[in-house]
Design a protein around this ligand. Structure first.
Ligand SMILES: Nc1ncnc2c1ncn2[C@@H]1O[C@H](COP(=O)(O)OP(=O)(O)OP(=O)(O)O)[C@@H](O)[C@H]1O
Length: 211
């Protein structure tokens, strides 16, 4: 379970977020909605342990995220949180396998080719293991970023605008894929979007325009 308590965040003087209490229970999935600039990415970064709030708490199960020291936070994130960023951040000259081996290395989890193959297979990318990233389509590259986020079997899967550059069919299938993968891994899925096409896909919604 993820619990947010008395969260306040601003960049310099400007207040961006204020959430007094919110719970995302086991197996619940949350969609963060809001217009451009409303703070969706900021909230995802706070939930991912990347941006310390000025005030308030984020608890993942019993772990109070911002009570962890810098290195403990990095370790916790590497082991428990999966992040799908707005941009792919893949190394295009390397193969899919090498990108994923590097991700395991930087997350501080054991380099495990079996897990890489397993995750790629579930995303229908098994045959692309030895392809260079630059030889993949945009949709395939995006699925590699989802694979990367799942390598550590995260408790929490965070995705920032995962459907922004996709057509209707691909937008729906990426949402289904993320939900399916979160369920297979018993993870909570939290996505940020301003994509009206996918707004009905999630029961739990937080609209930052209404703060
Ligand atoms: N590093 C930063 N320093 C100062 N202001 C920032 C910084 N990052 C974001 N902001 C401001 O904070 C606000 C929220 O930004 P954020 O990226 O969280 O919005 P968003 O809802 O994800 O937007 P979008 O849908 O356009 O990606 C914006 O007004 C933005 O200009």
């Amino acid at each position: 379970m993820i619990t947010i308590e008395n969260l306040n965040f601003g960049y310099s003087e400007k207040r961006i977020l204020s959430i007094s209490h919110m719970e995302i229970k086991e197996k619940q999935h949350l969609m963060i909605l809001g217009k451009s600039g409303s703070g969706k990415t900021t909230l995802l970064h706070i939930l991912g342990g990347l941006l310390k709030p000025a005030q308030g708490k984020v608890l993942i199960d019993d772990t109070d995220l911002y009570q962890l020291s810098g290195s403990a936070m990095d370790k916790y994130r590497g082991q428990n949180i999966g992040l799908v960023f707005q941009k792919a951040h893949l190394i295009s000259a390397l193969t899919v396998k090498d990108n994923l081996l590097l991700a395991q290395y930087f997350s501080g989890i054991p380099q495990d080719k079996g897990r890489i193959k397993e995750v790629l297979d579930t995303l229908n990318l098994g045959e692309k293991l030895n392809s260079k990233v630059r030889q993949l389509s945009q949709g395939e590259q995006q699925r590699v970023t989802i694979a990367r986020a799942l390598l550590n079997k995260p408790r929490v899967l965070l995705a920032d605008e995962p459907t922004a550059s996709l057509d209707d069919d691909n937008a729906n299938s990426v949402i289904q894929l993320l939900k399916e993968q979160a369920e297979n891994n018993n993870a909570s899925l939290i996505i940020a979007t301003h994509d009206q096409r996918v707004k009905d896909a999630f029961d739990l919604q937080l609209n930052l325009n209404e703060q």
